[in-house]
Design a protein around this ligand. Structure first.
Ligand code: PLV
Length: 321
């Protein structure tokens, strides 16, 4: 029997301000309320519970921050040591938060991909260690799928589209799988990224995995140089519209959500919010990619710990808002 999940059931709210912008009912799934501040605990929690059942004794996780937060939280809850490897782009206050969760923190490399190489090497020297990948593992996707199965129970009507952001594609894989489970396989997904972290869009356009030369977006948690293979395969099995916005749109999404709902999220999450606030849905409707009338839309508010009010104000100034 599987142990009790480490994630919580988060609120699903009808957003009146966002509905006004989109011209249809917008529901937000508030995964920023998770104990680790993002959806990540769903998949990471499930993956770690299974891994320790199989004999894992020490959790190692390479992360832009949030997968690490989830791993550190899960390890502490389950009573195992955790080592989290983060790149230099992860803010210091996130590293401090990880240490407060009881994890050992190692800063290595410029972007997540460098931190991941280091984590894999580290694992060779720690007996009983298990390396938790932040976006590429079937157990992780299984855990992430609960964001949809839960939403399906909470939504008064079936959505006409689901909006979600894409980093390495783990959340996207979980969303597709969850949608399969609840009979939403016909519902299009709008997969949002920022310019400079658009590895999914590059892969979809090329029809094969593409490795970006660098991550230049402020949305560092969308910053996987290459997405997971499964996410690209799903682009051929499920209706998915890949959309890239500017950092300005993503930061604007964060600012608007804060004013509209008093919820503070990372720029990574702001990319998904731009789906509504930057009229991406309306543009897709105009292009005939989404039905001209949408009854309702579900937006996954994935959250993120790498943000403070001060940092958001700095981002606001730096993008000229
Ligand atoms: N962040 C990963 C990868 O970073 C991490 O290690 O935390 N929204 C937030 C707030 C996130 O933290 C992430 C992933 C995503 C969205 C994207 O999820 P994914 O990677 O499953 O597509 C480099």
């Amino acid at each position: 029997m599987m142990a009790k999940p480490l994630h919580i059931c988060t609120p699903l709210l009808e957003s009146v301000p966002m509905s006004k912008v989109a011209g249809c009912k917008v529901f937000i799934k508030c995964d920023s309320m998770q104990p680790s501040a993002s959806f990540k605990i769903r998949g990471i929690g499930h993956r770690i519970q299974k891994a320790v059942q199989m004999g894992g004794k020490h959790i190692i996780c390479s992360s832009g921050g949030n997968a690490g937060f989830a791993a550190a939280y899960a390890a502490r809850q389950l009573g195992y040591p955790a080592t989290i490897v983060i790149p230099e782009s992860t803010p210091d206050f996130v590293a401090a938060g990880l240490r407060d969760e009881g994890a050992e923190v190692i800063v290595h490399g410029k972007v997540w991909d460098n931190a991941n190489e280091y984590a894999l090497k580290l694992a060779e020297d720690i007996e009983g260690s298990i390396v938790i990948h932040p976006f590429d593992h079937p157990d992780l996707w299984e855990g992430h799928s609960t964001v949809i199965t839960e939403s399906a129970n909470q939504m008064p009507i079936k959505p006409a589209a689901v909006v979600v952001c894409v980093g390495g594609g783990g959340l996207l894989c979980g969303v597709v799988q969850g949608m399969k489970k609840v009979g939403w396989s016909d519902v299009p997904i709008v997969a949002m990224e920022t310019k400079g972290a658009d590895s999914y869009n590059a892969a979809v356009l090329a029809g094969e995995l593409v490795t970006l030369p660098d991550i230049t977006s402020r949305a560092k948690c969308l910053g996987a140089l290459t997405v997971c293979k499964r996410s690209l395969e799903y682009s051929k099995e499920h209706p998915i519209h890949s959309v890239v916005v500017d950092d300005r749109d993503a930061v604007n999404g964060c600012l608007r959500l804060l004013d509209d709902h008093r919820i503070l999220v990372e720029v990574a999450c702001g990319a998904a919010l731009a789906g509504v606030y930057s009229n991406v849905l309306r543009d897709l409707q105009k292009e005939g990619k989404l039905p001209s009338e949408l009854k309702s839309v579900l937006v996954i508010v994935c959250g993120g710990s790498g943000i403070t009010l001060q940092k958001l104000i700095e981002y606001q100034a730096s993008v000229g808002l």
